[in-house]
Design a protein around this ligand. Sequence first.
Ligand SMILES: Cc1ncc(COP(=O)(O)O)c(C=O)c1O
Length: 362
Amino acid sequence: MPRPILATVHVAALRHNLDRARRAALDARVWAVVKANAYGHGIERVFDAFRAADGFALLDLKEAERVRTLGWRGPILLLEGVFDARDLELCSRLDLWHAVHCDEQIDMLAAHKTQAPQRVFLKMNSGMNRLGFTPERFRSAWTRLNALPQVDEITLMTHFSDADGARGIAHQVEVFERTTQDLPGERSIANSAATLRHAASTRADWVRPGILLYGSAPDFPEHDAEHWQLQPGMTLSTQLIGVQNLKAGDTIGYGSRFTAEGPMRIGVAAVGYADGYPRHCTTGTPVLVNGVRTRMVGRVSMDMITVDLTPVPDAGFGSEVTLWGRASNGTLLSIDDVAQAAGTVGYELMCAVAMRVPATVD
Ligand SMILES: Cc1ncc(COP(=O)(O)O)c(C=O)c1O
C-alpha cells in the first residue's frame, strides 16, 4: 500500500469558482491563470473545469504546449512574454499571445521572421515596479510595436500591487488610464483581488484571475473564501498511522516543542514538510480528524505531524486527516487558515504540494 496521503482536485469546485469570476468580471472575457502547473493543481487536472474560460494564461512555454496538447484551440497568453528569440517560433507554431514588457522583447520581435503577425499584450509598469514600461516610455514602445509587420493587435495591460489591501488600485488605474486614453486596443488589468474588490473601476476587455479560481480568498484575512463564495479546489488528506497516549509532562517530537498538561491522546498523521506541508506550522495550526476540527501540536517532521485527538476520542489508526480542503463529512478547512498559521499565503501552500504526493480528480 502507498502512504495514505492524497491531493484531490475538485473539478466541480473549480468550475464554480470560474463561474464566480465570470459573474464578478461583468462582461469581460476571462483568462484562467494556470501558471505554476495551475497553482499546483496540475494543468491536466484543471483543464476540463477551465475550458469554459476564454483563454489560458501562464508563463512557461512547456505549459503552453501542454494546454495545446489537451486540444485547446483558443487563446493562450504568456504573461511574462518570451525569454529568448527562439521562443517566438513556438509562439508562431502554437499561436501563443505574449506579453511584451521590455525593449529586448521588441528587438526580438523586430528580428523575427514570420508569416503570421503575432498578438501581443503591451505591459505598463503603472507602479508595481516589477515588469513593464514606465508610463513615460509606454507610448514610444506602443508606437514601435505598432509599426512592426510581425505584430498584429496590441492589447494594453498592467498589474496591481495592492488590489488586495488598503492602498488599493486607484493610483495605478489613474496612471494607466491617463497614459492609454487615446491608444486603440483592448485592455486587461484585473487579477483576482481586483476582479472581486474593484470590478467597477477595473472594467476592461479581459480579467486575469488566478488564486480565486482555486478557492483561496485573495484578500484573506480581511475576507475569507466563504465571503467570496469560493469553494476549495483541492483537498490535501491523509490518515493517522499511529496513536500515542501521553501523561502530564510528556513531550512530542523533535525539539520537544509541546508538553502535555495532562493525559491526552495524540494522533500521528502521514504528512510532513517533504509533502509540502509547511514546517513553519506551529502548535495550534488547524487540522480536521474525521471531519472534526482540532490542532496540530509540536513540530512538523519530514514525513509526519502530530495532532491533538482530544475533540475526536473515537479516532485511531486509519482515521481521515484533512490538512486543507473538504473532509468526507463535508466540513471545510480553508487553505488560507493553514497558510496563516504558517505565516504565508494560500498561493504558496498549493504550489508547494510535493511531487511525491499522489493526486486525483473528483
Ligand atoms: C500578470 C499577472 N496577471 C494575473 C495574475 C493572477 O493573480 P492572482 O492569482 O492574484 O489572481 C498574476 C499572478 O501573479 C500575474 O502575474
